[in-house]
Write a protein that binds this ligand. Sequence first.
Ligand SMILES: *Cc1c(COP(=O)(O)O)cnc(C)c1O
Length: 409
Amino acid sequence: MSVSLDSVREWDQKDPLANFKQHFALPEGILYLDGNSLGAQPRAAKQAVDDTLDQWRDELIKGWNQGWFDAPERLGNLLAPILGAKKGEVSVTDNITLNIFKLLGYVLGQDTGGRRTVLSEGGNFPTDGYIAQGYCRVSGSEHRFLPEGGDLAEHLEGVAVVVLSQVNYRTGKLRDMAATTQLVHDHGAEVIWDLAHSAGALPIDLNGSGVRYAVGCTYKYLNGGPGAPAFLYVHGNCQGGGWQPLSGWHGHAAPFAFEADYTPASDISRFRTGTHSALTYAALEASLVMWNEVDMQALRAKSLAMSDLFRECLADIFTAHGIEDITPIANQRGSQVSLVDTQNGYAIVQALIARNVIGDYREPGLMRFGFTPLYLSFEDVWQAAQHFREVIESGEYRSPKFHVRGAVT
Ligand SMILES: *Cc1c(COP(=O)(O)O)cnc(C)c1O
């Protein structure tokens, strides 16, 4: 290996984020490079969920007035600084899929100058396109795809709204959010940003980038837990726009007035739908309290250093074995390393998992390794690279058992 174990241990000594690792309950012996799919468990989450179970047992329905009901806005405000948003601009609610649907309807329900087209990104995480298509079916709007790698400026004619990911889930490619937002607005369209692979992965400045609408999830880099609620952001100046189409009682101006007709709440709570799970909010809140202590610039520096370390340790292996490193350069990268081997990618990932080095695989041929600075040390990354090297050099991945496909990859 080109970098010595001693030197990475020195980096760990100097790491300003090193203390966060102790706040996570990671199983012994696991090198977890899949925090981009499901983040690890903050120790505080268990206590928080236990406390909420006790609260349910002891307080019964009174719990709703003891923090459960307000959780979407309270957690939104906790999350806001991490996103570069202000208080009152973020709601923690539902999942990304539903939040995109709500924002599409909200934007298209306003004056779009006659434009009815929704553009979504080819090659993006599929749910963004699926729900755009579903929205268009029920609303009579038109859906188009921006071809993968296509020039956005050439595809904005007649477009009312475009859904874009800040970081591509496959390649890890980071878009310039401020410049792209400006470009879309200059063409008279709106953009809904999907921050699934950037929230908690890098510093985000929604207000400073002129962003009006965004969504993202909290179970990836933000460690909210499986099924943790997603978030939705609407700039303060854009909150007077009328209805969102999933007009449920929790988004009503007076939910407990039980009026026959819907009137949207005047603030961010109009983007709620119906009853949420107090338990999932409790786990997420414990994580967000921890996140408020994180220096996002230090996080970014460590994320880039870790992904570079992993690649540097393995550069000779990639060349010798025909593995293509498609990880973008530093300032155009999220927090993952993306490698392509169409022949053996799947088996290599399985062989690594058998060694307790957890990455993931996406067709065709893509091996993804996520780098989460709060609970990975440089030594962890070095050890993971060492395992990768051994799996390749020994030919371990050739074993037939690593070529059998499971249902979830
Ligand atoms: C993970 C991910 C999602 C997940 O959507 P849910 O509705 O929360 O399940 C959506 N979009 C992108 C880009 C993702 O990476």
